[in-house]
Design a protein around this ligand. Sequence first.
Ligand SMILES: [Zn+2]
Length: 89
Amino acid sequence: MRLENGGALGVAVAALAAPVVALGAVVVAATVAVAVNRAAHAAEALRRRPCPACGAAIRVEASGCPRCGANVPVERRIGGGAGGVLRGR
Ligand SMILES: [Zn+2]
């Protein structure tokens, strides 16, 4: 056995593996980007509610439906912090 052969083999393996590792990094980065995008969409979906008239997804703070134009009662958050708005009277 010659050490030179082993060294050359190691270099060859490293040269072959480098693109694979780089590709793997790109795939991982793309996967993470997709996951983050989905999480953002999910968070956005949580901030929406269905229009009582047509069922379209509208923003929680919206007072009207942009699709059918129906007036939507503004949803008020119940629970912790409730009453803070009217404090002072
Ligand atoms: Zn509507």
